[in-house]
Design a protein around this ligand. Structure first.
Ligand code: IPM
Ligand code: MG
Length: 362
C-alpha cells in the first residue's frame, strides 16, 4: 500500500526539516508496512527561482493528484531577498494563499500544546501553566480579509486603501462544523472568537455558529471577543479547548498561542478541505537566518507528518507511534538549540531526525 504524498520543501529551513520528516515517514512505513510515493512540488520562493511565479498550474494539478501534501516553509528575508522586490501578488506568500484557495483548504488546525518536558521555555508564570495546556485553533483559511477585493486609489485627493471583509453563511457553517467535530473528540468545548460588538461579519458568524451548535448538544459553546481572547490566552490558556475563528483573527491568535507554549519549533498544523486531502506544515516560519546550518528543529514538521497520517490516511496507530517517539526523544534529554536548556544534550536537525526514527515502534 503506497501513500501518495506531495512534498513542498519550500524556502529557508524548509528543505532541511522536510528531509527529516520524510525519513520519519519512511521509517514508520517500514514498521507498519506501508510505503510512501513522494512527489516533489514547487511553491513560494523556490518556484519563483525556477518559474518566475510563486505558484504554477502544474503545482496545483500535481497537488490534486496527491492524497496529502507535506510542506516545509515559504518565504525569505523581506529586507534582503530579491523575491520581495516583486509586486505583492508575485511574492512567495501569494503562492501559499493561492494554493490554499485552489485546493479549497478552508479549515486550518493549529494546535498549541505546552510540552511537559519543555515547560521551562514557556514565558508564562508557573502558577498559570501548572497542569499544562492543550488547545486547538480552528482558523477559517479561505475567506475574510485575505481573499476580499482590495485596491489602493485616490479618493478626494487622498491615497486610500480598501480591503474587503466578506463571509457568507455557508463559509461560516462549514468551518463551524469542523470546529465542533474536533471539539467532540477533545474536551467538548468551543470558544468562538469574533468582534461582534463592531463587525457585521462577526454578527453573522455568531448567528451561524449558534445554529450549528444546536446540532452538537454535547459540546459547550461560548463566544469571546477577539481582543479579550488575546488577553485570556496569556492570562489563563487552560480555559481553552477549541478556539473557532475567522481568517485574520486566527492568523494573529495562532502566533500568540504558539508563543505562549514557548516552543514554536514543536507545533504542527493542518489545512483541510471537504475531502480527506490536507496540506500539513509546521507552524513556524522559514527562518532564513538559520537556513543551511543544520540546526533547525525538525519536530514541528515531523509532528505535521503525524497529523497527516491521522487526518488524511486514518492511520491513528502510526501517528501515535510518531508522537510517542518525539516525546521519548525529549524525555531522553535531546534538544535542538531553540529548545535547549541546562543539562540537556544539544543536537542538530539531522541527528534529531535520526533519534526520533530510532524510537518509532509498534
Ligand atoms: C500563516 C502565515 C501566512 C498567513 C502568511 C505567510 C501569508 O502568517 O500561515 O499564518 O497570514 O496566513
Ligand atoms: Mg501567520
Amino acid at each position: 500500500m503506497s501513500l501518495r504524498i506531495g512534498i513542498i520543501k519550500g524556502d529557508g529551513i524548509g528543505p532541511e526539516i522536510v528531509t527529516e520528516a520524510i525519513k520519519v515517514l519512511n521509517k514508520t512505513g517500514e514498521i507498519f508496512d506501508f510505503s510512501c510515493d513522494f512527489k516533489q512540488l514547487l511553491l513560494g520562493g523556490a518556484s519563483i527561482d525556477v518559474h518566475g511565479v510563486p505558484l504554477t498550474e502544474e503545482t496545483i494539478a500535481a497537488a490534486k493528484q496527491c492524497e496529502a501534501v507535506l510542506m516545509g516553509s515559504i518565504g525569505g528575508d523581506a529586507k534582503t531577498s530579491p523575491w520581495y522586490q516583486l509586486e505583492p501578488s508575485k511574492r512567495p506568500e501569494a503562492g501559499l494563499l493561492g494554493i490554499r484557495k485552489a485546493l479549497n483548504l478552508f479549515a486550518n488546525l493549529r494546535p498549541a500544546i505546552l510540552y511537559e518536558e519543555l515547560k521551562g521555555a514557556c514565558p508564562l508564570k508557573e502558577e498559570i501553566t501548572q497542569g499544562g495546556f492543550d488547545l486547538m485553533i480552528m482558523r477559517e483559511l479561505t475567506g475574510g480579509l485575505y481573499f476580499g477585493r482590495r485596491e489602493t486609489k485616490e479618493i478626494d485627493g487622498l491615497l486610500t486603501a480598501i480591503d474587503e471583509l466578506t463571509y457568507n453563511e455557508d463559509e461560516i457553517r462549514r468551518i463551524a462544523k469542523r470546529g465542533f467535530d474536533i471539539a467532540r473528540k477533545r474536551r467538548k468545548k468551543v470558544t468562538s472568537v469574533d468582534k461582534a460588538n463592531v463587525l457585521d461579519s462577526s454578527r453573522l458568524w455568531r448567528k451561524i455558529v449558534e445554529e450549528v451548535a444546536e446540532e452538537y448538544p454535547d459540546v459547550t459553546l461560548e463566544h469571546m471577543l477577539v481582543d479579550n481572547c488575546a488577553m485570556q490566552l496569556v492570562k489563563d490558556p487552560k480555559q481553552f479547548d477549541v478556539i473557532l475563528t475567522e481568517n485574520m483573527f486566527g492568523d494573529i491568535l495562532s502566533d500568540e498561542a504558539s508563543m505562549v507554549t514557548g516552543s514554536i519549533g514543536m507545533l504542527a498544523s493542518a489545512s483541510l478541505n471537504e475531502t480527506k486531502f490536507g496540506l500539513y506544515e509546521p507552524s513556524g516560519g522559514s527562518a532564513p537566518d538559520i537556513a543551511g546550518k543544520g540546526i533547525a528543529n525538525p519536530i514541528a514538521t515531523i509532528l505535521s507528518a503525524a497529523m497527516m497520517l491521522r487526518f488524511s490516511f486514518d492511520r491513528d496507530q502510526e501517528a501515535d507511534a510518531v508522537e510517542r517517539a518525539v516525546s521519548q526523544t525529549l524525555r531522553d534529554g535531546y534538544r535542538t538549540i531553540d529548545i535547549m536548556s541546562e543539562g540537556k544534550i544539544q543536537v542538530g536537525t539531522k541527528e534529531m531526525g535520526d533519534l526520533i526514527c530510532e524510537r518509532i515502534h509498534k
